[in-house]
Design a protein around this ligand. Structure first.
Ligand code: ZN
Length: 126
């Protein structure tokens, strides 16, 4: 173990994924991180942590969404050429899949970003 590691580091990747799924505040652990499915709240409703200022770099979320769209379109075109499913089936499958994949990726991206900023800047945002 390196000297700079804190006990919290043992939470690792699964901790961030769990936090993204549940929307957990990096400071108090309350489920107050997101006010909408993929929008970070301005402040934690439980501990009043300034979440808005921790969301620096959030503009990259647009790039992430565009990249995801390209990947999903590529997969959809591949399925279309390989299996030729009926159009209604494609629409019924891809509408919810796209929504869940994009929201899930945005939540994970924003949570990782927010937790990284919280660890870097700590409590000086209060
Ligand atoms: Zn909090």
């Amino acid at each position: 173990m390196q000297s700079g590691e804190s006990p919290d580091d043992t939470k690792g990747q699964s901790g961030v994924i769990r936090a993204a799924l549940l929307g957990l505040c990096p400071k108090c652990g309350a489920a107050s991180l997101f006010e909408a499915p993929a929008r970070v709240a301005l402040t934690c409703s439980s501990c009043a942590l300034d979440l808005g200022s921790l969301e620096r770099g959030g503009r990259l979320a647009g790039v992430l969404t565009a990249l995801l769209a390209i990947v999903l379109i590529g997969i959809a075109v591949g399925i279309e050429t390989a299996f030729r499913p009926p159009l209604w089936l494609q629409a019924a499958f891809w509408a919810p899949v796209t929504v869940f994949v994009v929201i899930g990726a945005l939540r994970l991206f924003k949570t990782v970003l927010l937790y990284a900023n919280f660890e870097k800047h700590g409590s000086d945002t209060e």
